[in-house]
Design a binder for this molecule. Structure first.
Ligand SMILES: [Fe+2]
Length: 385
């Protein structure tokens, strides 16, 4: 067995109504002035109030300037506003963008220089100020991962900061906070959780520690995503999604992801397709390419998705996973790559060129792929076959 590290947040609190625990956790962290970091939509829906009502007598401010798929400039702007104001605890409330921003704002406060200098693996020198993360979508797993992704508008490329200091002191995963999440966001983020689970389960860096976690995530998300999308008030479905997304995030954080994410990033950077949608568009096609690399594991994915594989050969059972994923993606209304605004088939070589540079992810994919294969996968996804 090769050497592996397994990291999770300091404290992980789950269950319906668990946001009520925030004051106790804030006190344990010695908070005397809290800053809530979120976006305008989440602030206006009243979700932030659900959290702040539990702060008691601890003073707090709210900054809701995070924008979707945030560029570094957005971070710098917020950092400029909050520096020197004496906040000793950040609370991130929102989807992946708000949570990733909170993680990096924490370390910006204690590390000198340009935030872009922190891009890459373990470039962060100092631990940041304490922070608590509360997701309002089920999918990104940002609350349990130690990376954060931003858009560099200078070259339209998504860039990641990877550091153990990006793990929160506390993560609170409360399904009630996701009930108002609209169907399209529920679908895209839920599919992103599946991408995390499938990619990390079949990744080169997968281990005994992450395999069981990933399979349980696949089971929970597959059985409840349709209900969560079409009947958002179904709290049981929302609980499955919250837990599935959390487990997928833990698995992703420790085993990593692969080619789906690598191929999705250029679509996000160049054509502004959101993270969840770009990943979901590509998942069945990358799975189809990867399936021969580990028939046993893909057959297990099919079983975890609830497919009946009895009497099938191993190869047929593994293929079932690919078909089930394409069906699920279609059922929850994920658009096809052809529908991406401004994208034509002529753009594919440039996308493949960009994706082929993301070694960090491609080296973790279970099947080797070069620019040629990447281009082929994009073409299949574009044509939709
Ligand atoms: Fe993702």
């Amino acid at each position: 067995m090769s050497i592996s590290f397994f990291r999770t947040p300091g404290v992980l609190i789950t269950g319906v109504g668990s946001v009520s625990q925030i004051r106790t956790e804030a006190q344990k962290l010695g908070a005397t002035k809290i800053l809530v970091i979120t976006d305008k939509i989440i602030n206006e829906t009243g979700l932030v109030k659900n959290v702040t009502q539990h702060f008691g007598d601890i003073p707090f401010d709210i900054i809701d300037q995070v924008i979707p798929e945030p560029p570094f400039e957005n971070l710098e702007e917020i950092a400029g506003t909050i520096k020197g104001k004496g906040y000793d605890l950040f609370v991130g409330v929102g989807g992946g963008s708000a949570l990733d921003s909170t993680k990096v704002l924490s370390i910006i406060m204690t590390n000198e220089g340009d935030v872009r200098d922190l891009v890459g693996i373990e470039k962060v020198q100092n631990k940041g100020i304490p922070f608590i993360l509360i997701p309002t979508t089920s999918g990104t797993g940002s609350e349990v991962t130690y990376n954060a992704i931003f858009t560099d508008i200078r070259d339209n490329v998504k860039k990641g900061i990877v550091s153990p200091y990006l793990l929160p002191d506390v993560a609170i995963v409360d399904a009630e906070m996701t009930v108002t999440c609209p169907p399209s966001v529920t679908a895209a983020s839920g599919m992103d959780a599946l991408v995390h689970a499938v990619e990390s389960y079949t990744a080169i860096r997968a281990s005994e520690l992450t395999d069981g976690i990933a399979l349980q995530a696949i089971k929970l998300v597959s059985r409840s995503l349709r209900n969560a999308v079409y009947n958002g008030k179904d709290i049981k479905a929302r609980e499955d999604m919250a837990m599935g997304s959390l487990l997928a995030g833990i698995s992703l954080g420790n085993a990593g992801v692969g080619a789906v994410h690598a191929l999705a990033y250029p679509l996000g950077g160049k054509f502004h397709v959101t993270h969840g949608v770009s990943n979901s568009m590509l998942l069945p096609f990358v799975m189809k390419y990867n399936v021969v690399s580990n028939l046993e594991k893909f057959a297990e994915v099919a079983k975890a998705m609830g497919e009946n594989v009895e009497g099938l050969s191993l190869r047929e059972a593994a293929d079932c996973a690919v078909q089930a994923m394409a069906k699920l993606s279609e059922d929850v209304g994920i658009p096809k790559m052809k529908e991406v605004k401004g994208l034509t088939e002529a753009d594919i070589p440039a996308l493949a060129e960009e994706a082929s540079k993301i070694d960090r992810l491609l080296n973790n994919n279970p099947r080797w792929l070069t620019k040629r294969e990447i281009e082929q996968i994009y073409r299949e996804a574009y044509v939709g076959e």
